[in-house]
Design a protein around this ligand. Structure first.
Ligand code: MUC
Ligand code: MG
Length: 381
């Protein structure tokens, strides 16, 4: 029997937004962010939007915005059209069975399905995921200008504005001694009250990581993120066992199966959840449940998504019973401009969940037209 409400059209477009400053990571320097926007239309007239990003094209991971668009336009959109728009789990199971990988594309599509269903039912996305256990989420800020003095000034201003009080520093671009000096200077300037974490984005080998983490721990750093290659799980496990400072898996952790393997091998103390890595909210929450079962702390990560992607993550993370390490959902704040009418609210060190149906955000059509690169539309013939 044909479902009553079906997906009738899927549109993807690339949007390029400038960043407020250069954002320097171990593997790339960002001056802009590209959003892949997915707009999905349903036979009852409801529409849903989703978003996917990468960092520096293919510099960070093996999926690019252009590749996400191609995967959706060529393979995923034709599979989606005609499906029951109200059954998100069934639609995602079909896509997961039919297309290998493509977690970014799948995440954007699942978000769009949830946004449409939320609008249809008059419910926020977190309610469709079982309900939020918190209305606001703590959000850290990444200091990544590359300059210690500028980073300290940036942090002090953000504390003063009550926007952020936890800071993540990007390391791994320079040698270990220079990175340690940079981090220690910032930690000294900000004092004991301010939690400093570092993210090496896989830059070190095990020997470098051992030297670096010992010095960073002594300097008072509170969390070390993905010090070694995502593929070197044995090294990650040895570092986790060796040091008191908690070690977090980011690039080395995607989904529930990774969560199980990492937990089984005691390879990390904390997991960075990201919708983009898991392939959407559903698999993110399955991975979170495995972490909970293993007693592993959770952190709400980002691929520096814009407002739509960050708010989709916020709805998802808000339903996690445990989120011991807070979040880094500051992506919208790194962008000079936005494509939504009302930007998400960051106040008193927290991101406040929008309360409207679906994601609770509206696209600003003029801004979208201004920043968009191209567009493809797949619909029922
Ligand atoms: C990452 O690896 O964590 C998150 C914050 C940031 O500045 O970069 C990202 C990616
Ligand atoms: Mg990271």
């Amino acid at each position: 029997m044909k479902p009553a409400i079906t997906v009738t059209a899927v549109e993807t477009l690339l949007v390029d937004l400038p960043t407020i400053r250069a954002h320097k990571l171990a593997m790339t320097v960002m001056h802009r962010q590209t959003l892949v926007i997915v707009r999905l239309r349903c036979s009852d007239g409801h529409e849903g939007v989703g978003e996917a990003t990468s960092i520096g094209g293919l510099a960070y991971g093996d999926q690019s915005p252009e590749g996400v668009k191609l995967a959706i336009d060529t393979y995923l959109a034709p599979l989606l059209i005609g499906l029951d728009a109200t059954n998100v789990n069934a639609a995602m199971a079909w896509l997961v069975r039919s297309v290998q990988g493509q977690s970014l594309a799948k995440s954007a599509i699942e978000t769009a399905l949830l946004d449409a269903e939320g609008r249809r039912r008059g419910l926020p996305v977190h309610a469709l995921l079982g309900g939020a256990v918190r209305a606001t989420l703590p959000v850290l800020w990444t200091l990544a200008s590359g300059d210690s003095t500028r980073d300290i000034d940036e942090a002090l201003a953000l504390i003063e504005q009550r926007r952020h009080k936890v800071f993540k520093l990007k390391v791994g671009r320079r040698d270990v001694a220079a990175d340690v000096a940079h981090v220690a200077a910032i930690k000294r300037a900000l004092g004991d009250e301010v939690l400093i974490t570092v993210d090496a984005n896989q830059a070190w080998d095990e020997a470098e990581a051992t030297r670096a983490i010992a010095a960073l721990e002594a300097a008072g750093v509170g969390l070390i993120e993905q010090p070694v290659s995502r593929r070197h799980r044995g090294a990650l496990a040895r570092l986790s066992a060796r040091f008191d400072v908690p070690i977090m898996a980011d690039e080395g952790f995607n989904d529930a199966i990774d969560a199980f393997e990492l937990a089984r091998n005691a390879a990390a103390d904390v997991f960075a959840l990201k919708l983009s890595k898991a392939g959407g909210p559903g698999e993110t929450l399955r991975a979170a449940a495995v972490a909970d079962a293993a007693g592993i702390g959770l952190y709400g990560g980002t691929l520096l998504e814009g407002s739509l992607g960050s708010v989709a993550a916020a709805h998802t993370f808000a339903t996690c019973p445990q989120l011991a390490w807070g979040t880094e959902l500051f992506g919208p704040l790194l962008l000079k401009d936005d494509i939504v009418v009302e930007r998400p609210v960051f106040r008193d060190f927290e991101l406040h969940l929008p309360t409207g149906p679906g994601l609770g955000l509206q696209i600003d059509e003029d801004k979208l037209a201004h920043y968009r690169r191209d567009r493809t539309h797949t619909s029922i013939r």
